[in-house]
Design a protein around this ligand. Sequence first.
Ligand SMILES: [Zn+2]
Length: 534
Amino acid sequence: MEPCLWTRRRWLTQTLASGLAVTTLPLHAWDRPARRSFHVCLSPSIVEGEPQLLEVVRDAGASVVWLAGFFYGHRPFSDELLQRARSRVERAGLEAHLVNVPLGHPGDSLGSTDGGFPLTPPRHWQIARKPDGSSFAGTSLHEPASQENAAALRQFRKLSFRRCFLDDDFRLARGPGEIGGCFCDDHRQRFLRAAGLPAGSWSELLDDVQARRLTPLLRSWLDYQCDALTASFRLQRRAFGGALGVMVMYLGAEKAGIRLADYRRVPFRVGELMFDDRSFRPVKGKTDELFSVLFHRRFVSPDKAYSETTAYPANALSAANMAAKLVISTIADVRHTMFMSGLTPFPREHWAVLGPAMRAQARLHDELAGHKPRGPLKHFWGEAQRYVGDDRPFSLWLAMGVPFEVVASLPNQGCVFLSDFDAREMAARGPRTRANLFCRPSAQARPAGAVAVGETLSELFALKRSLGRSLGAVPHVVEDEPAVCAWYPTARRVLVWNLCEHPRTLTVTLQNRQQSVGLGPLEATTVKIGPGGL
Ligand SMILES: [Zn+2]
């Protein structure tokens, strides 16, 4: 029999399970919080051409600059330029590391203002095929792509670089929602041979892709893609010998060849998408972004988690919205913020806004680091969404002002919001849960017992009111105003994020107690639970 060793961790587990956590746990119960850090990606030529920028980002609170190195078969910046840029970064009191763009993005997502900059891989790299036979460049894996990436990384190691991120073009689908893999003749033959399938299986596979059916055949196609991408990553990491990280696109997962479990132990940039004001401004833009970050944090520990925090084009996201994005990392306990904007830096005036916002988020983050949000609403993103879904999450419920938690499998209690492809899959298999299931009217099929709720604030606030007394023991926002309410019982804190672009006074309630919270536009703050607080 196992000896009864009451380790601290086990004590915590037992205490949490017994429901005593709120009253008995000390503040900062386990891992001491590591401080939030801030990083900036810059091209070596910008570092050389605008060296004052380094002082601006350092004075704002950044501590690391990531220099662009290898671009899908091209080395636009010489070893000498890279080394000079690194020296400048280090002389400014910052660390210097690398970002590679390994396979090439479809289209010009770098925002190159220099007409001479190569936007696609060189001619000796093969182009990829879509299921309909049309072609595209980038985001596919044919040799010599892995070998050339590995050779570049070996060279960077000789130059004494020890940390590198692969950009989010390290994927095998052109964008979110696409079922990927390259459908060229070569890949077709190699897949069929490896899987021991007859030639006739190919048209069956194309049908499954078209209909987004999660069949064993489609699963084995995506497993094959994931094996190839992971093997390429491992080859590159061996060549580099240092810390190689991966940046994952918005909701990136197995359908893009990214087997998330394979990247658990490496630096991991969580996927975001709202790179301009038009996409980030709607409340749904903010909840979609938060949804993707919460999903990816299932696979990476806080200390290895980096944000995407991208503006594209570089001037398309206001400083205020960029500052608001910092709150998403605080809520999800993503410890490192990594600003990026292609080859062009975002406007220098942004830093006057970002500096104070970075310090404010670092303070809030210190209160919450190491603690997990808990609550009756469940964030669920299942296998069907990961393998065959459209990457349109049901996310607006995060704005209900009611606490939530992230679940890796279907829970047996609480309110679970199913995105459309998880709903379809569950309808086919039959749900085995006592949880309350909610689907959007757009779901083609709903599991038995699931309730249709439109993804609108008015319908979701009506749902919140219907929860009534069941919210009594849970801190939540009283008003029908879009706000995220994240509850960290072990930190005895609630974080409230005002999702309006106007100041709001919100009321947080717990049992019979209430506290008013005045918040500026898109501002977040914490409320204490227990003695001296709510
Ligand atoms: Zn191919």
